[in-house]
Design a binder for this molecule. Sequence first.
Ligand code: PBG
Ligand code: ZN
Length: 398
Amino acid sequence: MPPFVTVGIALTGTAEISENNESLYACKVEPRTGKYIARLFSSGMTILVALPDNITINTMHLQSVIINVRGTVRMFPERRMRRVRSRNVQPLLCETTLTKNDLVAPLFVDETTTAPKPIESMPGQFRYPVDGIAGIAGKMWERGIRAVLLFGIPSHKDDAATSAYDTDGIVQQAVRRIKAAYPGMVVITDVCACEYTSHGHCGIVGGTRSGEKDLLNDESLLLMNRIAISHAEAGADIVAPSCMLDGMVHSIRTALDDEGYEDVLIMSYSTKFSSALYGPFREAAESGFSFGDRSTYQMNPANGREAYLESRLDMDEGADILMVKPAGPYLDVLAEIATLGLPVAGYQVSGEYSMIKAAAERGWIQEKETVLESLTCIKRAGADLVITYFAYDACGWL
Ligand code: PBG
Ligand code: ZN
């Protein structure tokens, strides 16, 4: 437990600090150029503080420090917080607004079907044939959705994920159709191999030193380059590598630039946890694995410092947008990654969707209120974009 310190607010952006333990306030302290920037979560105010010698800050990882804002916190009865919650005043003081521009809708395109196929574990979600995909994108466009994230289910899978980079592959076809019909729609493609490999892992698998089979990193990078280029060639605006390979952003950036696609953005699944919440997606995308798990490439949910480093490395490799996935249980991680300065997306994953759906179907929670609350909170934590299967419904409510 760090000692309590007092921070005096100065409007010019500097502040003194002295020891005191009245009126506690929580804030985060972030290392920057020898000073520390504290954001007071209650007011959103940013102040510069100098820390006393007896507090040590781990410069890799942001820490919560308890500070006291001297002279601004008065106690009851003068400070009645309920005044700012009166019906008329409250909307004026709202800190976070969710808009249609914040939402990205995932879409599944299925080469093995000719009619929309309901996804059982995700009520309300479908796998669409490529013939219907422009129509679905159009429905979303009419509602105000400006970005979709495409996943493909191919008719052919093999060890090398060859249909993932086929010029006429399912995602490549879908991109062309959506961009032809709705050129303003931002089309994002998931760049991964797990839907396309017979073993269900996210790239090329082979023997490792221990004799165990595992995802091979550098061999798989070449595959990701080919997938990303094929998506860019089809017209994707943003490619989103989700395989959690080391060096994937640098590798894809270089490959895209070499092919003349320097305008295509990379939204990296930069901090992706090995989460139980992807369960329903694996049914939806038929991307479950036949052996092992994904914990040798996706992150341990227990690790916050590593999560920050993962995203920072992808920033340094040239990512345009970072991502934290899943979103809801990892908002602390998202808030820290947002301080890196790049745009950040929060991915509300299939399990988060299905939990809300299941409880709402039973009448245990109210769907609309729960959805809007969950999405607003992802924004409040620092997300610029929220990828959510509720995008279409939420747009109807906003
Ligand atoms: C593919 C991928 C997954 C998700 C997005 N891209 C599954 C996984 O990593 O197993 C999960 C999305 C969701 O659960 O909604 N790598
Ligand atoms: Zn994958």
